[in-house]
Design a binder for this molecule. Structure first.
Ligand SMILES: *[C@@H]1O[C@H](CO)[C@@H](O)[C@H](O)[C@H]1NC(C)=O
Ligand SMILES: [Zn+2]
Length: 452
């Protein structure tokens, strides 16, 4: 070995010998190259093994650095890591209704920085890593679901809906460091970038339109971005599924006016929300709407059999294939819709998420808790808005990856919403006219134009 590297001998052999020593020289060069290569490989393998040890032994530690790209093994830590860039956008929270019944709409008496009576306040929203939600501006249905009179005399419901919109807006304005009023996907993204909670509004039932498409246009102008076609009563547009026992159909799905309503929602970019509707309404609306649709707060009927949950045959209509329309089913946490009495837990809610994902795809499921609209009964482990990470952790431990979970928390809703915004732009660019149809039972406006 020593002689090989001795320049004197090398020089001597080069000088004194010819052919034989050329071979010897080539052999020595090859050996040197082999030794260098072996050394380099040993070092590389050592580094690689050391790296693997680091990654596996300290992955929880390493994952504190965003550049490491790994996720903690601990599901709760992993959930929080994912939610830092993909916070929850909840499809349905009833805070304005709490302000109505609990505070007589006196927004100055509502202290969202202190513990609130039900499931929603600012400290718990922050703890739960919420990046946005639809504030439901809801007023009750008439008692009788087929009250024809009511289809004509619902003006007080428009008044009350305006009061709910007012409460929501005033409460959003009261906490400008927390809430950011939002009416579209760009607003949602910029609110989240600024560390605010994007605050959108949804109207929970066609009865709140006074069965008038003109009222839809004005709600849209006020910032409303979804309308649930029905609450638990039928209206002039569509059939409801009722509540726990179901109800007799009236239109067998959408009425002709209901299709006109969807035309106008598509043109304006107001999301068609199919929670609370009958199965016929949902299937017909999904097929009829040009824009993707949502279920703002509904779970899976195959997991828990109540009319408010979405049946598999409707889930199979959601998608981008032939005869399908894109959409997102945002899972409801109300114990009565999740599981038999006393069985609603975070795992049971995760079962709904997974069932919808299995039938319609992981890109078609979201979160619509219904918090503040479900009274004081809550699932175990999902007691309020601070607990969303527990659901994400549960699904992470069931093998959902970070991209799938980011879709569930809000990405899927953003895709669907952006799709509806795109349809609206296209319709308006192509010159689609506002819809002027009136409910045909109206007597306040004569059915034909008057000679003036
Ligand atoms: C609203 O609440 C505030 C704070 O509690 C109270 O001072 C005020 O009198 C209330 N206003 C009405 C009209 O009830
Ligand atoms: Zn509801």
């Amino acid at each position: 070995m020593e002689s090989e590297t001795d320049p004197l001998i090398q020089n001597g052999s080069q000088r004194n010998y010819a052919h034989d020593d050329d071979e010897h020289e080539a052999y020595k060069t090859r050996s040197r190259a082999l030794i260098v290569r072996a050394t380099v490989w040993s070092v590389l393998i050592l580094l690689f093994v050391a790296g693997l040890v680091l990654v596996f032994a300290f992955s929880d530690f390493l994952s504190h650095f965003p550049w490491s790209g790994g996720l903690p093994k601990d599901p709760e830590l992993a959930a929080r890591r994912i939610m830092r860039s993909a916070p929850v956008i909840d499809g349905h929270i009833d805070l304005p209704y709490v302000v109505r019944l609990g505070y007589r709409n006196n927004v100055s008496a509502v202290d969202l920085e202190a513990p609130m009576p039900l499931q929603v306040d600012i400290p718990r929203l922050r703890k739960g890593m919420v990046g946005g939600f639809f504030w439901s501006v809801f007023v009750e249905c008439p008692k009788d679901s087929k009250d024809d009179d009511d289809f004509l005399t619902s003006s007080w419901r428009v008044r009350d809906t305006l009061e709910q919109i007012d409460s929501a807006k005033l409460l959003i304005q009261k906490y400008p460091d927390t809430f950011q009023f939002a009416t579209g996907t760009e607003d949602i993204r910029s609110s989240i970038r600024d560390g605010k909670i994007a605050s959108l509004m949804g109207v929970e039932g066609g009865h709140q339109l006074g069965n008038s498409i003109a009222v839809l246009r004005q709600y849209h102008a006020l910032g409303v971005r979804y309308v649930t076609l029905t609450h638990s009563c039928h209206n002039a547009f569509a059939d409801s599924c009722g509540m726990m026992d179901g109800i007799e159909p009236l239109h067998w799905g959408l009425s002709a006016l209901g299709r006109k309503l969807i035309d106008e929602m598509n043109r304006l970019g107001v999301l068609v929300d199919l929670s609370h509707t009958s199965d016929d309404t949902a299937a017909q609306a999904l097929t009829y709407s040009k824009a993707p649709v949502i279920w703002s707060h509904s779970s899976a009927r195959a997991v828990h059999n109540v009319p408010r949950n979405v049946p598999d045959y409707v889930l199979r209509l959601i998608g981008t294939g032939k005869g399908q329309r894109d959409g997102v089913v945002m899972v409801n946490f109300a114990p009565g819709f999740v599981a038999p009495e006393g069985k609603a837990t975070v795992k049971a809610v995760a079962n709904h998420v997974e069932h919808i994902a299995n039938v319609a795809g992981k890109k078609r499921v979201g979160i619509g808790s219904d918090y503040d609209g479900i009274g004081t009964e809550v699932p175990k482990g999902l007691e309020d808005v601070s607990k969303y990470p527990a659901l994400i952790a549960e699904l992470y431990s069931r093998g959902w990856n970070k991209y799938e979970l980011a879709g569930l928390t809000g990405g899927n809703l953003l895709r669907v919403f952006a799709g509806a915004e795109q349809v609206s732009r296209e319709l308006q660019e192509s010159g689609a006219a506002p819809v002027y149809d009136l409910y045909d039972q109206r007597k306040d406006i004569p059915p034909w134009r008057q000679e003036l």
